[in-house]
Design a protein around this ligand. Structure first.
Ligand SMILES: Nc1ncnc2c1ncn2[C@@H]1O[C@H](COP(=O)(O)OP(=O)(O)OP(=O)(O)O)[C@@H](O)[C@H]1O
Ligand SMILES: O=P(O)(O)OC[C@H]1O[C@H](OP(=O)(O)OP(=O)(O)O)[C@H](O)[C@@H]1O
Ligand SMILES: [Mg+2]
Length: 279
């Protein structure tokens, strides 16, 4: 059986299980279950702390896992990122009391609280800054007020936790993160089906199918607007000189594309959601 790690709780847990379920895998029934076998698909799922997942996969005990890119890099584990999964996006920033810092260069000699000490040490070293990291488990934002740190480095999603603590980010993000599929060394083939299924969920989420009828002479202009993912499907219509086109279009663009298709002369423009696919 393929052995795959899934976040058991926290920010990535629900979305990861939802994605696996959309990919046709059976997932655990209750939040206390830590091992679940999907006999039909030959996969054994292990529900682990997202922070530990890269360690299990990197050491070769598990074949693959879903975790955050930031957690993978922090772990220094020898697991490889296979593909970004399009959820759990976050950015990793330095932050300080509003107005206190404007650039990471001012961190010389500072105490920086974080739960990602390896990421921060690597960044400080790259900048040639001598500062001390203070490792904390969570609720990092309160550490400055409590006097154990001068600045923090933490995950920011909406920024509301920072604002509530009277803090602001400074400098560019150290890292842009999202949930990623990771694999152990040499597992590329073993996890081929899992990877394709997850990639297909992303495509199904991101794209819709658009059908339209158009006069053949106007087709090149319409296809300029809808080139499709690989190549559009064109079929003849009974009415001479007319064809039907079927193409995939990014969901977020679809209304704009429909307006422009109509203006070019396309008619009977239909949009259909994609339930599942294999590209
Ligand atoms: N709003 C968010 N808060 C925290 N993590 C987020 C958020 N959005 C995305 N993430 C990502 O989720 C992962 C962290 O997940 P989680 O918070 O479950 O781990 P943790 O902080 O180690 O555990 P916990 O907070 O349960 O002690 C990271 O990859 C992070 O980038
Ligand atoms: O920008 P925001 O949308 O406010 O989200 C970011 C906050 O969420 C995370 O904390 P989490 O909920 O994981 O709690 P923790 O600090 O105990 O890990 C992270 O560490 C930040 O504190
Ligand atoms: Mg957390």
């Amino acid at each position: 059986m393929l052995r795959v790690a899934v976040p058991n709780k926290g920010a990535l847990s629900e979305a990861a299980s939802e994605m696996l379920s959309e990919a046709g895998y059976s997932t655990r029934r209750g939040s206390k279950t830590l091992v679940h076998q999907d006999e039909v698909n030959g996969v054994e799922f292990f529900y682990l702390r997202p922070r530990d997942i890269a360690v299990y996969v990197g050491s070769g005990i598990l074949d693959a896992g879903i975790t955050g890119r930031d957690l993978l890099l922090e772990s220094k584990a020898e697991a490889q990122e296979v593909v970004g999964l399009g959820f759990g996006a976050s950015r990793f920033f330095y932050a300080g009391v509003t107005g206190s810092y404007s650039s990471p260069t001012q961190l010389e000699g500072a105490r920086i609280a974080t739960s990602f000490p390896n990421l921060v040490d690597a960044d400080l070293q790259a900048r040639g800054i001598d500062a001390k990291t203070v490792q904390l488990d969570g609720a990092i934002e309160v550490s400055i007020q409590l006097g154990v740190a001068d600045a923090i480095a933490d995950v920011v999603e909406t920024g509301s936790t920072l604002r509530a603590a009277g803090l602001e980010t400074f400098g560019d993000p150290l890292l842009e993160s999202e949930a990623v599929l990771i694999q152990r060394d040499g597992a590329a083939e073993t996890i081929g089906v899992l990877r394709r299924r997850l990639e297909s969920v992303m495509v199904a989420r991101q794209y819709v199918l658009v059908d339209y009828n158009i006069e053949e002479r106007l087709l090149p202009e319409a296809l300029g607007l809808t080139p499709g993912l690989e190549s559009p499907t064109i079929s003849p219509l009974q009415e001479t000189g007319w064809v039907a086109a079927r193409v995939m279009v990014e969901s977020k663009e679809v209304n704009n594309v429909m307006d422009r298709l109509y203006a070019v002369g396309a008619r009977a423009i239909l949009v259909t959601n994609i339930g599942a696919c294999r590209i």
